[in-house]
Design a protein around this ligand. Structure first.
Ligand SMILES: [Mg+2]
Length: 196
């Protein structure tokens, strides 16, 4: 029986359009702040080994972090979160149904804690725990991430359902460690987790 529901954040609970919206501004302000051109900025990033996401951009948070400019990043992101609606439809409904059934809800994400908290605050999400790349010291594509999660939250993988949009990170890797998984290839399917 599933006791804990572990939700990915980006493109599962949150519409990541917000990151694509702020990306040009983050890049522009970083290059101004660091007094280098955008071309030079991208050359440096490339050397640091940062990977581009499926939209062809660097993760703006990771980008800012690698230049020690997280305050700049959050000043932009916090404003964007305030004025945009980023939460997917049905999230609040799904969460409250799970809570009514006495289930445990976790957010399990590659994002930084500070980012996850912004969404929790804005949408008053009732979650039992948050596990981030900050806790794991790596991303979800590493087994180490999941092993640390199991230990920290005292989870029994077979009693947990991992829900996410990334076939590798949210399905293949966690299922190799015994987690049940739900591949959210379309956000409209979110309510189907209630059938578990
Ligand atoms: Mg995702």
């Amino acid at each position: 029986m599933i006791e804990s529901f572990l939700f990915d954040l980006d493109d599962t609970l949150i519409d990541t359009k917000i990151y694509r919206q702020i990306y040009p501004e983050v890049v522009k302000r970083l290059s101004t702040q660091l007094k280098i051109s955008e071309t030079e900025l991208f050359l440096k990033v490339d050397k640091l080994g940062l990977k581009k996401n499926k939209y062809g951009n660097y993760d703006s948070g990771e980008l800012s972090k690698s230049f020690k400019q997280l305050n700049l990043y959050y000043s932009i992101l916090e404003t964007a979160i305030k004025v945009n609606k980023s939460l997917h439809d049905n999230v609040l409904e799904v969460f409250s149904s799970l809570k009514n059934k006495g289930k445990r809800i976790g957010i399990v994400s590659n994002s930084m804690h500070r980012t996850i908290e912004l969404y929790i605050q804005k949408y008053q999400l009732k979650v039992d725990f948050v596990f981030s790349s900050d806790d794991a010291g790596c991303n979800k594509d590493q087994e180490r991430y999941w092993k640390r999660l199991i230990k920290k939250e005292k989870l029994t993988p077979k009693n947990c359902l991992v829900i996410g949009d990334n076939l590798h990170e949210d399905v293949e890797v966690p299922s190799s460690l015994g987690f049940k998984t739900f591949y959210l290839d379309n956000v409209k399917k979110l309510k189907e987790v209630l059938m578990f």
